[in-house]
Design a protein around this ligand. Structure first.
Ligand code: MG
Length: 435
């Protein structure tokens, strides 16, 4: 059984992620951790699942503090005084999805071992229902967004900008617009009414989903636009000309400013980061913010993130904090325009393609691809997540998709000719192996 993915439990609400499942996960977590703080994003199925989860914790004698509708970083920061934090969220997935993500008191998501423990407890139903007079205590608190706002304001300076904020009808609506205003910004808020139908836009903050934000920045002559996903662990931006600035560019900008001891990024992050940091250690992990957080803690590095737009500032919290990243970006743009900052960041060409494989032969094909890649004389081959082949002047990544019968091949180099060359060579080897 593998209930947990790299982002916790996730699936279609009431089909994959049911009240029965939430009840049992609540029992497993309650039995082990006893004292739980619980929040949810504004999805329509959120209250249903949160109620079931609460009932599970209470039924085994654990206590629940319900923090209501909050962003993921709001809850993860608030988990400090509890044994475990829980967010009912499906992050950037569309409205019909939901999920359960678990947090440690230091703001780090549950890693593999902790998830396995919960799975084991679920499969053996390893809990004891409490007697009627020993069922758990239920309390509520509504102050976590305020505490989150105050923590960000203590950490960042002021900014006198006009910022357009697109909360995507998600959980950051009670954090980011207020924080920016308190910092001294003039704020125009889009989709800042929480609504689990996500009427404003898709919760994933991709370029094509942010047309309204890009237009609003230009139309209102704003200095900056920022956008979050549904639960606020991601942040991306729009410059004053209305151009989308993705997580990959912001990752490089933040790394340049904040990484002093070391940087942690997933295997698919650009080699521009290594060049930009001129010799500072760059540690690579499997794709998933929890792996970045674990490596940050292990290495004592001071910044990490993913090209998808999750940024972890360990001096704040080990949870990716979209509202903090937005506030910090505003202080940078207060010094210089975003475009000027980005002019210092090298952008290298990345070539991506995928090929289909016969899912029934997966195991044999994985072995064949591994052998074929081994013969390519790469400088180094690492297998943290698929195969990452490092060459003198570029790299390639080969991954079997977890969700579709596709093998994705990505290559990057400092110029487009070389990136294409590496991609062709690796793609041909993979194709030969699965033929
Ligand atoms: Mg998210």
């Amino acid at each position: 059984m593998s209930l947990f993915g790299s982002s916790g439990i996730r699936g279609l609400a009431n089909i994959d992620v049911t009240p029965e499942l939430a009840l049992d996960v609540g029992r497993a977590v309650g039995a082990q951790y006893r004292d739980v703080v619980l929040g949810r994003d504004p999805r329509l199925s959120g209250r249903m699942l949160a109620s079931a989860f609460s009932a599970g914790v209470l039924s085994v004698g654990g206590s629940v503090c319900d923090a209501g509708v909050v962003s993921t970083p709001t809850l993860a920061r608030g988990a400090q005084r509890y044994a475990c934090g829980v967010v009912i969220t499906a992050s950037h997935n569309p409205g019909e999805y939901n999920g359960i993500k678990l947090w440690n008191p230091d703001g780090m998501a549950f890693g593999g071992e902790q998830q396995e423990e919960v799975e084991r407890a679920l499969s053996t139903r390893d809990w004891t229902l409490a007697s009627w007079d020993a069922t758990g205590q239920f309390t509520e608190r509504g102050d976590l967004p305020e505490l989150h706002r105050e923590a960000i304001l203590r950490a960042v300076g002021s900014a006198e900008l006009h910022v357009v904020v697109d909360c995507g009808n998600g959980a950051t609506a009670n954090v980011t617009p207020y924080v920016l205003r308190e910092m001294g910004c003039r704020v125009t808020a889009l989709n800042a009414q929480m609504d689990g139908h996500f009427p404003g836009r898709d919760p994933e903050p991709t370029e094509e989903h942010l047309a309204a934000l890009r237009h609003a920045v230009v139309a209102t002559e704003a200095d900056l636009g920022v956008a979050h996903d549904g639960d606020g662990d991601r942040m991306v931006a729009v410059d004053e000309k209305g151009a989308f600035v993705g997580g990959d560019k912001l990752l490089a900008l933040f790394a340049k400013r904040r990484a002093r001891k070391g940087l942690v990024v997933p295997v698919d992050a650009s080699m521009a980061l290594d060049d930009l940091l001129g010799g500072l250690p760059v540690y690579r992990t499997r794709v998933g913010d929890v792996y970045v957080a674990q490596e940050l803690k292990k290495r004592g590095a001071d910044f990490g993130g993913e090209p998808s737009g999750t940024f972890i500032f360990p001096d704040q919290t080990l949870c990716p904090d979209g509202p903090y990243a937005a506030a910090y970006l505003a202080t940078l743009v207060n010094e210089r325009r975003l475009k000027e900052w980005l002019a210092e960041i090298p952008a290298y060409p990345i070539v991506r393609d995928a090929l289909k494989f016969d899912a029934g032969r997966r195991e044999a094909l994985v072995a064949a691809v591994g052998r074929a890649l081994g013969s390519l004389l790469a400088k180094e081959v690492t297998q943290l997540d698929g195969w990452r082949l490092a060459f003198e002047d570029g790299w390639a990544l080969v991954r079997f998709s977890g969700t579709e019968p596709k093998i994705r091949v990505t290559a990057e180099a400092r110029d487009v000719v070389r990136a294409k060359q590496i991609h062709e060579k690796v793609f041909a080897a993979v194709k030969g192996a699965v033929a």
